[in-house]
Design a protein. Sequence first.
Length: 632
Amino acid sequence: MSTKDLTDYLDHYLSTDERSAVLITGAWGVGKTHFIKQYLEKRHAQLRSADPLIERSYLYVSLNGVSKVSGISDQFFAQLNPVLNSTAARLVGAAGSTALQGYAGISLFGGGLSKVAKELLVRVKNQILVFDDLERSELPVEEMIGYINNYVEHDGLKVILLAEEIYISKKNEKYNDIKEKVVGKTIEFVPNVREVVFSIINSIKENKSKEVQLELLGDISNIMLKSGILNFRSLRSLLMDFDRIFQLLDEKVCSSKSALKEILLYFISIGLEYRANNISGKDIKNMPSGAYFYSFRFLKKEDERDSEEGMGLENYFNKHEIFDFSNPILSGEIISDLLDKGRCDREVLNNYLLMHPMVVDSKFIPVWRKLWSFYNLNRKEYELCIQDLYASFLQKNIRSPGPLLLAAGSMIEIEKAQGNVRSPFCSVFKFFENHAHNLLKAGKFEYDDEVFGVGAGSGYDGLGYRSVESPEFKEIYNLINYSNMRALKQKMRDFANIYIDKYHQDDSKYDSLYECDFNAEKFGNIAFLHFIDPKAFAALMVQDEKADRLLLSALGQRYQNAQGHEICSLHQEREWLIDLLYEVLFLVEGAKPPHKNILMLQVKSAFQKFSQFLGFSLVLLKDKGGEIEDGR
């Protein structure tokens, strides 16, 4: 029944002496509670305009989690006595509920409250009673319906019940027989989607996000109708999530109305399916895009078409064909992070959007990103993209692992479609092998510490690598990984060459030994000291017969942080440390007492800790001969 028809029926029901309850049924979150509260508040306002002294005209109680009828009576009492503070309301409410229990035919736990009970009963008799969430009550169905029946049959009160009825039937097979004695009319609630959506948006505090939502009111309503998921609680939550996204957006994204529209509607469409448990966070994260989207939908094997795996996504795609799933406005990873983990990274979000054609002019989009969307290009655009690709490789403009792997996957994908984007005289692998070699030779390969290893994903900058399962891509992946490590080694060698000068000039000379921030040249997790001459470094540690205690401390912190971490291993510096020790001891031996003895104690203590942290034997035995056992 539509909201208009339901309003007309309730007007009629409340104006008669009908002695039965009305049950309004509908799915969770469909707006039953919102509708009935709005209806009764409007009705109460009309009554009050005619009689300003009229008291509250209805009482509302939620049965969600209620396991005793006293829990219902407590809620009634609190609403009938709003002037009481919360503590008093709970105390007196418990007493009042005892009186109401007695009235309902349930044993009293003592006397002395007859006046309160009588007053409450008189006041309740003047109310319309609303019982919500019947299916979520922990009361036995017979007890719950029996309690409600006292108000309907014995007191002739108007009672409105709200529930998703199917769940009550599952709890008790006799429910329909029990219900028949109390409920005179069962009505399926069919909300006016646009009205409810407007009401939800209107309840949000004023901000620019709200303006966007109101402008797209009709579109949001259509998305809900297409989804078939009329859960307005979920919608409200998703609108709040969108507000969070909106606050993180770059100004350039906010200036594009088409992009904002696509972000909002696309996010809502996926979020509704997620909150309805039709798709998981993992499904969203791994959602096919690009050519994979088309193969997912049209190239499935016959025996896979009717399997449950992937059907949630398949059904979602069928519902919302208005979106370009081959090049979505938000990546699956961004959406799954927000829905699954409540996390939204400003940099990741804007880096993705500022490369999307709905936000920026295509001439500002890197060629490797254009190539990734080759299936969206017309013939002229495709040929221009290939020309730009050749030029970018020749000019060594594509030189970091992420773009290289995205380009490689796209090129393999095009080859599968019988296109040709490399020299006919070599394979795609050979093409990238030559390119990586030339980049390294020219010192232009850009190391990236996030593309490989622990925590690395299967894509870059919001785009998934193509052809990841093909042998050729795996070969290229290993090649780029190897080249990346070679580039790192060269960078560390270059940094080591300037470290001595940096030590004398830079206040952050100690931080760079134990803090980890590659872009800020802080290499606490990367071995580079073994590229420095041990004799030169020893001269930093001991100057004018005095140890640089801050430098010793920084080294200690460096090796302690690396303790037990194979990924951030500094084991390459073990041999260097032993050589360094010899050079430091040479300086110590040349010192004069008392500095010599103080230095020896400091050096012993420090190097024993270094060796302990790195897990190798280094025992210093100081006597006149100055012997060293290094475990080598």
